[in-house]
Design a protein around this ligand. Structure first.
Ligand SMILES: C[S@@+](CC[C@H](N)C(=O)[O-])C[C@H]1O[C@@H](n2cnc3c(N)ncnc32)[C@H](O)[C@@H]1O
Length: 347
């Protein structure tokens, strides 16, 4: 264990170590995505998901006047499935294809290797620093990226605020509440904490990424499309969870061998983005977005002449993506762009 006896670290540092330690980190050593892994993501459920994203990107490019150069950046590409299917879909749109620079921003060296072996396409590059994107309109796509970033947690008890730490007590891990104060938290999150707020989840890294991305969009035009699980209320909750083999896991067990994640508070994200003076922020559910993008019609077209077993597989997968009891409403889609673009396809 990296924590010495009786030492403690804030929750975000703990998560960062478990997920992204250069040698042992969860994301640094294996591909956790898929039925044989720990969890599955929309692009790995159905190709139609990525097709809808590709069509949305092309429509946005058209709306901003078909610029001769545009960056399409995927944040955290996992096993590369979404980018692969986007590239296959845009194959038929020559003018768009020749105007696009495809970019993957990925931290895991293991997944980067996997992505490179899967995506054989000349006009794609991998970057380690978003600030390198200095010119051309840029469209950022983040499917289940922000939920993989480390968070801090703060809790209010009898009018005092505490930060969640992880402590190693006699070789066993436990949570520990370390006293802090409201002013320090407000300084960090750059928001006033309302009186009735008793719990705060905040990702300094997500905040930093939102800052960088909105700056690029403001300077060069473009947009940010976030698809992730989350909720849309002012009140915050403890949403920290760990997943192993598609089941909930105790966060303090299976260290380096299970995912640690959380739900996105989309209300907070909207507020943060608005504060960064990106004037248009839209939010909808994954269900509404995909249906408005025409995923149902797409399923009808491709399944038309298929035998029953293949047809039912397509609709089974589609249901997973859009059903209200499955990913349909828990997953949300947020789109931030400059107001002048006046683009709201899918919302
Ligand atoms: C939950 S996976 C989602 C993968 C993929 N988008 C999908 O939907 O299948 C999170 C991805 O984000 C990457 N990631 C996490 N933190 C990152 C960071 N700070 N910079 C770049 N990539 C990061 C992970 O390595 C992984 O590829």
């Amino acid at each position: 264990m990296f924590l010495k006896n009786n030492s403690k670290v804030p929750l975000d540092k703990f998560i960062n170590k478990i997920l992204y330690d250069k040698n042992k980190g969860y994301y640094m050593n294996s591909n956790p995505i898929g039925s044989k892994g720990d969890f599955i993501t929309s692009p790995n459920i159905s190709i139609m998901f990525s097709e809808m994203i590709a069509i949305w990107i092309i429509s946005f490019w058209e709306k901003i006047g078909c610029p001769k150069n545009i960056n399409i950046i995927e944040l955290g590409a996992g096993n590369g499935e979404m980018m692969l299917q986007i590239l296959r879909t845009v194959e038929k749109f020559n003018k768009f294809k020749s105007s696009s620079n495809f970019i993957i921003y990925e931290k895991s060296t293991y997944l980067k290797k996997l992505q490179k072996s899967k995506i054989k396409f000349e006009n794609i590059k991998w970057i380690n620093n978003l600030k390198k994107i200095s010119k051309y309109p840029s469209i950022f796509i983040a499917n289940e990226f922000f939920d993989a970033l480390p968070i801090k947690q703060f809790v209010k008890k009898s009018n005092n605020w505490y930060e969640k730490y992880i402590i190693n007590k006699s070789k066993s891990l436990d949570f520990f509440d370390k006293k802090t104060n409201k002013k320090l938290i407000e300084k960090l999150i750059k928001e006033k904490i309302p009186k009735n707020q008793k719990f705060i989840e905040f990702s300094p890294l997500a905040n930093e990424k939102l800052n960088t991305i909105t700056k690029i969009i403001k300077k060069n035009n473009g947009g940010l499309l976030i698809i992730d699980y989350g909720y849309n209320s002012k009140k915050m909750f403890n949403t920290l969870q760990s997943i192993k083999k598609h089941k909930k896991n105790n966060i303090l067990e299976n260290i380096y061998k299970a995912d640690i994640t959380h739900l996105i508070n989309f209300n907070f994200f909207k507020q943060k983005i608005r504060n960064l003076k990106i004037s248009s922020v839209n939010l909808t559910t994954q269900r509404e977005f995909l249906l408005k993008m025409g995923i149902w019609e797409r399923a009808e077209i491709i399944s038309k002449n298929m035998p029953f077993s293949k047809k039912s597989d397509i609709y089974f997968r589609l249901k997973r993506l859009i059903d209200k009891k499955q990913m349909g409403t828990l997953f949300k889609v947020l789109f931030a762009t400059n107001k002048k673009n006046n683009f709201n396809l899918g919302f």
